[in-house]
Design a binder for this molecule. Structure first.
Ligand SMILES: [Zn+2]
Length: 1040
């Protein structure tokens, strides 16, 4: 070929190459226009609609009617089953033949009763390969089925992705034909695409960029699109460029196929089951063609779904897992929210997950995998370590709105000092496409360059599923070691982390939580889900405690392990990172609330059954005296003695019958015995001349104004006023709450500037209970024309806190309701309860790291203390707090409109409490009080003649150590598992006493694997245990 010298015009050369592969311009003469050859219509298509998601064998029995390409069908969430008959022309011998299928909605191809591949336009999967190279011996005629879900990869949002779904959307098939696919054109297009991207990404300052430019230009010169015999020459030019090698020092990118599938989000749980099948069967097809391909797959629940619904596919997955291609990761049941689940819930995420992975794939996972959640608890490192995991991968902190997180590869140190090696893929994505841009950004963004020479790059369509494509694999294959680009290798989490571990000496350490500076509305959105989670966590705790005790009392009692597993799995599923945060569509909320209802109804029955067994018979061996009481028995599942006022009726009447009862630690008492202790000081309630009400119980004295605000809260013994001068406590405030985009997710800093107190009184304060065991007042406020708050303020005898039992009728739009307590405490930091412990966050806004935490999460309590005195704010189902300067604020309700247009509309009930205290919150028992508020004493019905002696099963010698969990051991029916943690934040020695018939005790990890080097010997005082601050200790107690 005659060569003119190349002119110095980078732009024309670059655009020339781009136009040569454009799918918009010059397709009549460019290379792209040659990707497909001859086409041929399919013989026939017929279809049938199904409202439900049905199995294949049911679908083939449907009545099928003729379908014309372009006809519409629907509505949203239905399924359209297609029966497609086709015949490949004989003349296509030797060609690669595809079924080209372009449709709205996600599709699955079925052949021979098996799912064989997903087809999703948004996931760049529009072809199913019928033959790689057509032979006469291959079948030319066939019938296949296509199951088409009437929803897109991201649901069916009306107008924007996160808008509420359009329930009436119509769908259609735009293309259904046979086509000859030109593989050589595809290869050459990929070469061109990579070279063009290298030119663009490396830029004008880079020599390799120019070499790529001239290579691409010369390829256009030699390549004649209509003449395939010219292709090899062009390809060899590309190959020469790609095979010029790097030096030894180049960074290595560890590419791993991945497919992030939200277990429910803009689509319901049920659709996720099909998303998993569509995505993973496609992955299996790719693995068959690409033996080096690696795919990482998290979330045991999703694998369990596929195991149940698609057993054939699941066994193929197991086969490829044995080959090391399909790699289960993560170790958890679902990729849960990293903030809101309780400590025990997080342990169960790992326990259920790891046991599943071990059973189905032969190994425990070694990496925790949580790329997409809205923050990470400071207790996660310890929980990971206890679950056999030392490595962690995520990337979500790249979404921080304010501060840039300073590391990509680092040690993350948790609350107790446990460390895990952590990697944030520097490309800041879990759904890369294997493009040059992804590789270049991975190195460019890596903040630990020089310290660590390896990074992960996860490729494959995600969120709605989809996963990797052949094109992504082809891109990566070309540049495995190309001078100027990082090295790329198909890798695995184990390989990456092993290399990072080997070169970890220079790595930095980040201590404490990984707080996401975004999505902080998710601590509050969808209040019923939050309530369901908190209540069901408590209920399952109580069922386990009662059943464990019953097991030791009554040898005919059957521990309900199967039911408990099922209930736990429902609870864990709802902790998925778009469900418990409330960032899901209304259909998901309905499912989630249904699951909570199931846990409540089955759990309550299990609790009753265990309770009856507990008091049924045969307590002669235990301490305490036999009693012939007929009154109800009260169960205390918490590890300390409690003296409380309890209602003896179910609370449906306005004026419950009350009794004061003292119940021993993890034990029972009958009401008549316990109620022998009258309060030393009864509660008094007096209406004052100005209409305010004075409530007193000898510990606290409160003045409640006519509008329900606390004018004063006084600690009697310490002569200390709690409410800040001139301010009022229990002040409801309303904010405008309009985020920039992520409606259910985000509350923005500027909402704080729109504060409006709720002051309009509908029904001024009235006395409801006059005192004695309980004093209470009630009032109603108007929030707006549509919304009201009715509250009962309750002061019980002997109780160190005031409860605010609240009912809100809530019909707002983009408003945020909170309640404030301005207090007489000055401290630069406040304390918030988290999983198995607590941590401090600033009350000031000195730096951007401080003010970015204007809305934070906590669990059952938060505390603001100065030396010698403090105030705690307790709650029974809330998670959002803000404590700025001396104002303690609890976030109550939001009114977001996307993706659920009706989020939080309706009635809400919740209780919070204010507890001033002398000394530290640890000394004052705030932690115990918050537990008491969340784990009410349980009344047990029992048959006449039952043994209702006072009885305590466990007690712990120090208040610092909390016995959190008592359950049957996972795989040993003759053993109990107990879990304790140090809650004060100090090193302590404690002893655990039990009246149960324990033979021996051993330490174990969170997966309940016994540590044979660590027996837990009994002494006269029980089992002595030593704790580091916030340490979690699990023991297996073998029963006699
Ligand atoms: Zn996600």
């Amino acid at each position: 070929m005659y060569h003119q010298p190349v002119l110095k015009n980078r732009r024309t050369l670059l655009e020339r190459a781009e136009k040569f592969i454009s799918d918009t311009y010059f397709t009549d003469c460019n290379l792209r226009g040659r990707l497909y050859g001859d086409t041929c219509p399919v013989e026939s298509i017929s279809y049938s609609m199904s409202q439900k998601r049905i199995p294949f064998l049911e679908a083939v029995k449907l009545n099928y009617e003729p379908y014309e390409v372009g006809d519409t069908f629907g509505p949203t969430w239905w399924t359209c089953w297609f029966k497609v008959s086709l015949r490949i022309p004989d003349s296509w011998r030797g060609k690669q033949v595809h079924l080209r299928w372009e449709s709205d909605g996600e599709a699955m191809v079925w052949m021979g009763q098996q799912p064989v591949q997903g087809l999703t336009k948004e996931g760049e999967k529009i072809c199913y390969i019928l033959s790689e190279c057509l032979k006469d011996s291959e079948p030319h005629s066939m019938t296949l089925y296509i199951e088409l879900a009437c929803n897109g990869l991201f649901g069916a949002g009306q107008g924007s992705m996160i808008a509420a779904p359009d329930p009436d959307r119509k769908y259609s098939v735009q293309k259904a034909e046979l086509v000859v696919f030109n593989q050589e054109v595809r290869e050459l297009l990929t070469d061109f695409e990579m070279l063009v991207d290298i030119v663009k990404l490396l830029g004008e300052g880079n020599q390799r960029g120019y070499q790529a430019l001239f290579t691409a230009n010369e390829m256009v010169n030699v390549c004649e699109p209509t003449n395939p015999s010219s292709f090899p020459a062009a390809r060899s030019l590309a190959l020469r460029f790609f095979s010029q090698r790097n030096g030894d020092s180049q960074h290595t990118v560890h590419a791993m196929g991945h497919c992030h599938i939200d277990s429910a989000w803009l689509w319901p749980y049920e659709e996720t089951i099909r998303k998993c099948a569509r995505s993973w069967v496609t992955v299996i097809r790719l693995m068959e063609k690409n033996s080096h391909m690696v795919f990482t797959c998290s979330q045991a629940q999703q694998l369990e779904w596929v195991r149940g619904w698609y057993p054939g596919l699941f066994s193929q997955i197991q086969d490829h897992a044995k080959k090391g291609q399909f790699i289960p990761v993560g170790g958890t049941w679902v990729e849960m929210d990293g903030n809101l689940p309780s400590g025990e819930s997080m342990v169960r995420q790992f326990l259920e997950g790891q046991c599943f992975f071990k059973k189905e794939f032969g190994n425990y996972c070694r990496e925790f995998w949580l790329p997409d959640t809205f923050g990470y608890s400071a207790q996660l490192p310890q929980i990971m370590q206890g679950s056999g995991i030392t490595r962690f991968l995520t990337q979500k902190l790249s979404w921080n709105l304010v501060n840039t997180f300073p590391h990509n590869t680092f040690f993350w140190e948790g609350l107790d000092g446990s460390q895990v090696l952590t990697h944030f893929p520097p490309g800041n994505s879990y759904e890369m496409k294997g493009k040059v841009e992804d590789l270049v950004n991975t190195v460019k963004n890596n903040k630990d360059k020089g310290r660590a020479n390896h990074s992960a790059a996860l490729f494959g369509f995600g969120d709605g599923g989809g996963g990797p494509t052949q094109l992504m694999l082809d891109r990566l294959d070309r540049v495995q070691d190309t001078d100027g680009l990082p090295r790329v290798q198909m890798s695995s989490p184990d390989r990456l982390f092993s290399l990072l571990e080997a070169e970890s000496s220079l790595l930095c350490t980040w201590t404490g939580e990984l707080f996401l500076e975004l999505h902080n509305g998710t601590y509050t959105t969808q209040a019923q889900i939050k309530l369901g989670n908190r209540q069901c966590e408590a209920l399952l705790h109580d069922v386990e405690v009662a059943s464990s005790l019953a097991l030791c009392q009554d040898n005919t009692f059957q521990y309900p392990s199967t039911q408990l597993h099922n209930l736990w799995r429902l609870l864990l599923l709802n902790q998925f990172h778009d469900v418990i945060p409330g960032s899901c569509i209304e259909m998901v909320v309905e499912d989630a609330l249904q699951y909570y209802q199931e846990i409540r109804s089955v759990g309550t029955r299990l609790l009753q059954v265990a309770g009856e067994a507990l008091v049924a018979k045969g307590q002669t061996e235990v301490r305490g005296q036999r009693s012939e009481d007929k009154g109800p028995v009260v169960l205390n599942t918490l590890p300390w003695e409690r003296t409380e006022v309890v209602p003896l009726t179910d609370g449906t009447t306005d004026q419950p019958v009350l009794a004061v009862v003292t119940v021993p630690s993890v034990g029972v008492v009958s009401i008549r015995e316990g109620s022998g202790t009258p309060p030393v000081i009864p509660v008094s309630v007096k209406v004052q001349v100005d209409g305010s009400v004075l409530m007193e119980n000898g510990i606290l004295r409160a003045v409640v104004n006519k509008d329900g605000c606390l004018a004063s809260l006084y600690m009697v013994k310490t002569n200390r006023e709690v409410i800040y001068d001139g301010w009022q406590g229990n002040q409801f405030v309303l904010f405008d709450d309009v985020p920039l985009y992520w409606d259910a997710w985000d509350t923005m800093d500027y909402h704080l500037q729109t504060r409006k107190p709720v002051r309009e009184v509908v029904r001024p304060i009235q006395v409801l209970s006059l005192g004695g065991l309980r004093g209470s007042v009630t009032f109603t406020l108007q929030i707006s024309e549509k919304s009201t708050i009715t509250q009962e303020i309750i002061l019980d005898a002997m109780c160190p806190y005031i409860k605010f039992k609240t009912q809100v009728e809530w019909f707002e739009s983009h408003k945020f309701l909170k309640v404030e307590f301005p207090v007489r405490v000055r401290s630069p930091e406040a304390t918030y309860e988290i999983q198995f412990g607590h941590l401090q966050r600033p009350t000031h806004r000195n730096t951007s790291w401080d003010w970015a935490r204007f809305e934070v999460w906590g669990h059952k309590w938060a505390d603001l203390s100065e030396h010698g005195f403090g105030v705690s704010l307790l709650n029974d189902c809330k998670y959002g707090y803000s404590i700025h300067r001396n104002v303690m604020t609890l976030s109550l309700l939001r009114a977001t409109k996307a993706p659920d247009a009706n989020a939080d509309m309706g009635s809400h009930q919740f209780t919070y409490a204010i507890m001033p205290h002398k000394g530290t919150f640890q000394e004052a028992g705030v932690i115990q009080c918050a537990y008491n508020l969340n784990y009410p004493l349980r009344l047990i019905d029992h048959a006449p003649g039952s043994n209702t002696a006072v009885w305590s099963a466990f007690s712990v010698s120090t208040a610092a150590v909390i016995l959190e969990t008592i359950k049957q051991a996972e795989d040993r029916k003759d053993a109990l598992l107990v879990r304790l943690y140090e809650s004060h934040g100090g090193s302590v020695s404690a002893s655990l006493s039990t009246s149960l018939p324990v033979r021996e005790a051993w330490h174990c990890d969170l997966l309940e694997r016994v540590d044979l080097s660590h027996p837990a010997p009994f002494t006269g005082a029980g089992i002595p245990l030593n704790f580091r601050p916030f340490q979690i200790v699990s023991l297996l107690l073998y029963l006699k």
